[in-house]
Design a protein around this ligand. Structure first.
Ligand code: NDP
Length: 278
């Protein structure tokens, strides 16, 4: 079985660089999908209140027979709970739904810059959760450089991670630079752009050279850039395929070719404009 490298977050907490994402996994299938991932060897699961499937993640961790401390679990605050007290209550509900005493990582899912609750207020609630020892680390998701700068200026704890959309068609160099400057680890969501990048001829060409699949090449590219990833699949063969990315290395030339595919093309919403509340 491959050994997954870990990354030390800015508070010393260690996170496996490869995990398993459960966005769009139906709640009724989440326990099974997560159990498959844990069986294959994944020890990091990325869920969110918005996905409606935290319960299945918690059940799978318990049924796997693994120690709770051996599985890194992240969840995220839903958009309707940005007010301070709402955020604290929503966090507690996440813990209850998962059936855990503590979360490994908890994130503000979206900055929602257009709503009348300032994300700095929301962050203060996450700081409270962290100080109470209820989450080992706290971070943000979909924060742009301007959002990060304000947050850092106006609060005490620097986020441990910023989870943003990154793949070969959206390399996000500006956000990455801002994160690096402040010691914030980058988590790349939709790492294969939900499959969109897999038939790109540059990528399929590199895959052929290395006797790997296009998905493995793209996931390896993320790993070598130092980002944390958690591809999603409900297909066991793909869950296994996505895990077999530690037995080859892309030379600088291939890394450069993939990075040059950037088109600033998002598959998801633009965080500067997204203010949706479910
Ligand atoms: P991914 O880039 O991981 O792509 C998932 C899609 O690709 C699925 O349709 C899956 O199909 C397919 N797929 C997976 N592996 C392979 C493979 N080896 N070959 C071919 N196709 C494959 O997209 P996601 O949007 O799911 O992103 C991953 C995770 O990132 C999410 O699950 C979630 O945890 C997180 N995320 C966070 C967001 C945020 O705002 N913070 C937003 C979006 C995602 P199938 O399942 O049918 O096998």
């Amino acid at each position: 079985m491959s050994t997954v490298p870990t990354i030390d977050l800015n508070n010393g907490v260690s996170i496996p660089q490869l995990g398993f994402g459960v966005y769009q996994v139906p709640p009724e299938d989440t326990k099974e999908a997560t159990l498959t991932a844990l069986e294959v060897g994944y020890r990091h699961i990325d869920t969110a209140q918005m996905y409606g499937n935290e319960k299945g993640v918690g059940e799978a961790v318990r049924e796997s027979g693994l120690d709770r401390s051996d599985v890194f679990v992240t969840s995220k605050l839903n958009n309707g709970f940005h007010a301070y007290e709402d955020a604290i209550a929503a966090f507690d509900l996440s813990l209850e739904t998962l059936g855990f005493d503590q979360l490994d990582l908890f994130l503000i899912h979206w900055p929602l810059p257009g709503i009348d609750i300032d994300f700095v207020e929301t962050w203060k609630a996450l700081e409270e959760v962290y100080r109470a020892g209820k989450a080992k680390a706290i971070g943000v998701s979909n924060f742009q450089p301007t959002h990060l700068r304000r947050l850092i200026q106006e609060s005490e704890i620097v986020p441990a991670v910023n989870q943003i959309e990154v793949h070969p068609y959206l390399t996000q160099e500006d956000v990455r630079a801002e994160c690096t400057e402040h010691g914030i680890a980058i988590e790349a969501w939709s790492p294969i752009a939900q499959g969109l990048v897999l038939d790109n001829p540059a990528i399929t060409g590199i895959a052929k050279e290395h006797d790997k699949t296009a998905a493995q090449v793209v996931l390896r590219w993320h790993i070598q850039r130092g980002d944390i990833i958690f591809p999603k699949s409900v297909t066991r063969e793909r869950v296994e395929e996505n895990f077999e990315i530690f037995d080859f290395e892309l030379p600088d030339g291939d890394m450069g070719l993939i990075t040059a595919l950037n088109q600033d093309q998002r598959t998801g919403p633009n965080p500067d404009e997204f203010n949706w509340i479910p």
